[in-house]
Design a protein around this ligand. Structure first.
Ligand code: C5P
Length: 206
């Protein structure tokens, strides 16, 4: 998956995030270059994927969940790079909401956790964690807690901020395994980072 989900509030507004989809597209592109048969579930992508990648375009978290559910059972590895909204408005208004109306929100399904729970033997599940925590040790602690909670095989931990991570052409990541150990660290272009992540994925698939 790549990009960021948007949860409609009314016909003209949504709750969303600044993920451009560039890291997920770089992963899909690099995997296709290595000969993989790639399906990219793209949420509101701001960049284009090459024709070597099959793209399913989605908008909301529920749409992304449904596309992933369709595709995941038939694949060797799932890499969940999309920034997914944890909540959505309980009701979507049919007309533009007036300022004084504040609606309730409901939890979205955790797609990654569900995938990890229902994966078949040998299938590899990779999650992402975008965190704003500036302290390295605290960032690693967040990543370790997250991979334990989600149950994925690997977790790509990356720091995001006003000028970091989302929307940029470069990235800096730490890859954690299920024990919370650091598998590797990579920084550079999102293409370079994608290749390093795929090296780790391929090593585990073999
Ligand atoms: O909990 P958090 O949003 O930080 O988790 C990030 C990871 O979980 C990403 O891989 C994202 O794609 C996935 N996720 C998900 N379903 C959600 C929220 C996040 O699959 N509802």
């Amino acid at each position: 998956t790549a990009g960021g989900t948007r949860e409609a509030l009314d016909p003209v507004r949504y709750l969303g995030n600044r993920s451009s989809g560039k890291q997920g597209i770089a992963l899909a592109t690099a995997a296709a270059k290595r000969g993989a048969d790639v399906t990219l579930v793209g949420a509101n992508l701001e960049a284009e994927a090459p024709s070597s990648v099959r793209v399913l375009h989605v908008g909301s978290t529920l749409e992304l969940a449904s596309a992933v559910q369709d595709v995941a059972p038939g694949v060797d590895a799932v890499i969940m790079a999309a920034a997914v909204a944890d909540y959505r408005p309980e009701f979507v208004a049919d007309s533009k909401i007036k300022k004084e109306v504040a609606g309730d929100r409901v939890r979205n399904p955790d797609i990654l956790a569900r995938l990890a729970e229902t994966r078949r033997p040998g299938q590899l599940i990779v999650g992402f964690a975008a965190e704003t925590e500036p302290d390295r040790d605290a960032l690693l602690a967040l990543g370790r807690a997250k991979i334990a909670r989600k149950g994925s095989d690997l977790l790509v931990l990356n720091r995001v901020g006003w000028r970091e991570g989302f929307g940029t052409d470069d990235n800096s990541i730490v890859l954690l395994d299920r024990l919370g150990d650091i598998v590797m660290e990579a920084s550079g272009s999102k293409q370079t980072v994608a290749d390093r992540i795929l090296d780790a994925v391929v090593a585990r698939l073999a």
